[in-house]
Design a protein around this ligand. Structure first.
Ligand code: MG
Length: 437
């Protein structure tokens, strides 16, 4: 069976243990040590070095359960530093964009590159190695490169590259003959495929499909009837029929809803710190809204107590405030959100979480107003543009709304706990790494 045609070549480049690797770039002492990165509020483990994986620390484990390894195995830990990871990600994507005119950024540390017609198949592994080396040379980040005729097969190739160090971090289906390809597909469990979750995995097993090869040989029409069109597409992709196109970032649909929400570092009872938290979430959400050149019509605010604190009085509520004119102006959105908050806030509860949701989102360009509001809109857009620009240039929170708590009096309540955070090495002048003291 000729499984994989070779007229297309798509690469998936994926950072290895990305958060851990970003930290190690700026703190080489962490290299070779078991290291974990913690989620918001230093709760759970969200990234592990290979050494930490070797200690059998599972992804998502609450940190307190791994704490005994600090003494016994020298386990190191850090709070997550998304400012650093986000910036390193942007740099990595920019380096990768030079390897193909078609790039789709899939997550913070993964992107697809269309390499079709860029070079003959026999050179794909060499090209993959160049990509990997360039990212390492420019940024110090380790990656793996998987290359296949479809996105699903590129993902699978990346998985093989990660799990089998003998390939030197680059695996291309095209470098294998048909028998070798089949042997690999027979070796990998079907659950490793992109889009095959636990439930689908179990149902497939009942049908006697346990390996990737068996799924690749299945009849897509039968799969569509028994499962979904999505899984049928996966089967086609495994057979080398490309169903998922590389999409440019610009073509990606605008987010229809933007949510910004977090659990507080400490429980909150008073209105003032809640107001600061909500205003700060609004600013973050509004920035995302402007980044996709959109405006929204509705602002939802929600608050809730801690449902796990059984001995506390429980309360949760939310309210949606319509805006008379769609907007992306942080000040207008904050005003609406704070008004909403004043309506749902109740004295006497201990709050654990709040958040905002922006909805009914439209393109800012299509949005038409009458002449007078239009003039105001332009002024507002310019102010926001200046604010975003300064915050981008000089670091987040250079310009903030006073309602987010310029005095910092209350911020220790609602700011997320992150007691072990590294510096924002690449985005703040005052936090640059020191070469010499
Ligand atoms: Mg990764």
């Amino acid at each position: 069976m000729q499984l994989l045609p070779s007229d297309r070549a798509i690469a998936l480049v994926d950072g290895n243990n990305f958060y851990v690797s970003c930290e190690r770039v700026f703190n080489p002492k962490l290299i070779g040590k078991p290291l974990v990165i913690l989620s918001n509020n230093d709760g759970c483990i969200v990234s592990r070095s290979q050494e930490a994986r070797n200690l059998e620390i599972p992804m998502g484990m609450p940190f307190f359960k791994a704490k005994h390894l600090v003494n016994s195995h020298g386990l190191q830990w850090l709070s997550s530093n998304y400012t650093l990871y986000g910036d390193m990600s942007a740099r990595m994507m920019s380096v990768l964009s030079e390897f193909s005119p078609e790039q789709e950024i899939y997550s913070i540390d993964e992107c697809f590159l269309d390499l079709s017609k860029m070079m003959p198949n026999e050179d794909l592994v060499t090209y993959g190695k160049t990509i990997k080396e360039r990212v390492h040379q420019y940024l110090g980040l380790p990656t793996c490169v998987g290359i296949g005729p479809t996105k699903t097969l590129a993902k699978l190739a990346n998985h093989i590259a990660k799990k089998n160090p003998s390939f030197g971090g680059v695996f291309a289906w095209a470098a294998l003959n048909a028998q070798e390809q089949t042997a690999w597909l027979k070796k990998i469990a079907v659950g490793e495929i992109w889009g095959v979750g636990r439930r689908i995995n179990e149902n497939l097993k009942e049908m006697g499909i346990t390996t990737v090869y068996e799924l690749a040989c299945a009849n897509p029409e039968m799969i569509r009837r028994r499962f979904s069109v999505v899984l049928a597409r996966t089967v086609a992709e495994l057979q080398g029929i490309s169903c998922l196109a590389i999409s440019d970032l610009e073509d990606m649909p605008r987010k229809q809803q933007i949510i910004s929400s977090k659990s507080f570092g400490q429980p909150i009872q008073d209105l003032a710190p809640l107001q600061e938290a909500v205003a700060s979430y609004i600013c973050r959400a509004a920035e995302k809204l402007r980044a996709q050149d959109s405006v929204c019509h509705y602002v939802t605010v929600f608050v809730r107590t801690n449902p796990f604190a059984a001995n506390q009085a429980q309360y949760r509520n939310q309210i949606t405030i319509p805006l008379s004119i769609a907007s992306a102006d942080s000040r207008r959105l904050a005003k609406a959100a704070l008004f909403g908050l004043s309506r749902i806030y109740q004295l006497g509860y201990t709050y654990k979480k709040a958040g905002v949701i922006l909805s009914d989102i439209h393109s800012a360009q299509q949005h038409q107003e009458d002449l007078f509001t239009q003039i105001n809109q332009q002024k507002s857009a310019q102010t926001m543009q200046t604010m975003d620009h300064l915050n981008h240039l000089f670091g987040a929170n250079t310009i903030i709304l006073a309602s987010t708590g310029a005095t910092k009096k209350n911020s220790h309540f609602w700011r997320t706990r992150a007691n072990y955070k590294s510096q924002r090495f690449t985005t703040r002048w005052d936090e640059l790494p020191l070469a010499h003291t």
